[in-house]
Write a protein that binds this ligand. Structure first.
Ligand SMILES: [Mg+2]
Length: 314
């Protein structure tokens, strides 16, 4: 990529991220300007604004690359706006969790961003769609939906990992294990009490490898159902997931598919998509294969549990 190929559009969520990694996007923009690139920055002002900005940039003949600076929510909105275009996307991890960026092998170092930009190595990224909303990483139905709802009801600005502790505890102590019906590609795989996860990346919050066989570019979504009717059982699932190998347990159902339906007789089940509140059930989930070309660090591996804990504590 050369400066004469066109401008680089930065889409920046000014509310994401702590002040320490606030600088990362600016330092990367300064590096690009130093290399002679025309960097044009747009700040997101409201929900779904990043999608509109990405659509505008992708339809501009003069734009050669879109850089999303923000957390998983911002990256999701930008990816949605780029669906079906061939403009490459690069991400600058800037949020609390950065699930997608961590899965793709990004850390929070300027050198990694520069190395990725210079190598120009891109991979296709699938998107998921729940009803009419896109997601890049993981949608959750039940327990984690309730946690996300609690966190977002009290949210005023940037959130940290500590903001999740009380909502996790409250949700754990009050959770009602509602039955859900899960169908994958027309086959009913589960009907009963439990937690359901559907996604495109292997690692969830703090590196928990819930969808352990997921590949973000294989054209399939991974589905994991934890059969579960009590707090004790939920705790035992968490411990087994932490130590890996849960997907072969008799009380866990693991599938891959392209078309997933989740429904329930109960109207009070919370959902989340990429860490934001999701739509109410019933949910119809499909995959959009190879929706976006993303620039990734060549040969990089998803960050593990230890790395993520260190980052969370910084
Ligand atoms: Mg996949």
């Amino acid at each position: 990529m050369k400066p004469q190929d066109g401008y680089i559009a930065f889409i920046v969520n000014p509310k994401a991220g702590s002040s320490s990694n606030n600088l990362l996007g600016r330092r990367f923009a300064a590096y690009l300007r130093g290399r002679g690139f025309d960097v044009r920055t747009n700040l997101t002002m409201y929900i779904d604004h990043a999608t509109k900005l990405a659509q505008r940039a992708s339809s501009s003949y003069d734009c050669t690359l879109i850089v999303a600076v923000g957390g998983d929510g911002t990256i999701r909105e930008v990816a949605h706006g780029l669906d079906g275009t061939n403009k490459p996307l690069m991400m600058v991890p800037h949020g609390t969790e950065n699930l997608l960026a961590s899965e793709l092998g990004f850390d929070e170092k300027l050198e990694t961003l520069i190395r990725t930009f210079e190598a120009q190595y891109t991979r296709p990224l699938d998107l998921g769609r729940v009803n009419d909303r896109c997601f890049t990483s993981i949608a959750g139905f039940g327990f984690d939906g309730q946690v996300v709802d609690r966190v977002h009801r009290g949210r005023t600005g940037h959130i940290t990992h500590l903001d999740y502790l009380w909502p996790i505890w409250r949700s754990f102590s009050e959770y009602k294990f509602r039955p859900m019906n899960v169908r994958v590609d027309g086959e009913e795989i589960s009907h009963g009490q439990g937690l359901v996860f559907v996604g495109n990346i292997s690692r969830y919050s703090v590196g928990l490898k819930i969808l352990e066989r997921a590949d973000f570019g294989d054209g399939l979504l991974d589905v994991c159902v934890y059969k579960c009717a009590s707090r004790l059982h939920l705790a035992s699932h968490s411990i087994r997931t932490f130590f890996k190998g849960h997907s072969n347990s008799s009380d866990v159902i693991y599938r891959q598919g392209k078309d997933i339906d989740i429904s329930s007789e109960h109207g009070d089940i919370f959902t989340q998509i990429d860490g934001d509140p999701g739509p109410p059930l019933p949910a119809h989930i499909t995959v959009i294969p190879n929706a976006v070309n993303v620039m990734v660090p060549e040969g990089a591996r998803p960050a593990g549990f230890r790395t993520r804990i260190i980052r969370a504590l910084r």
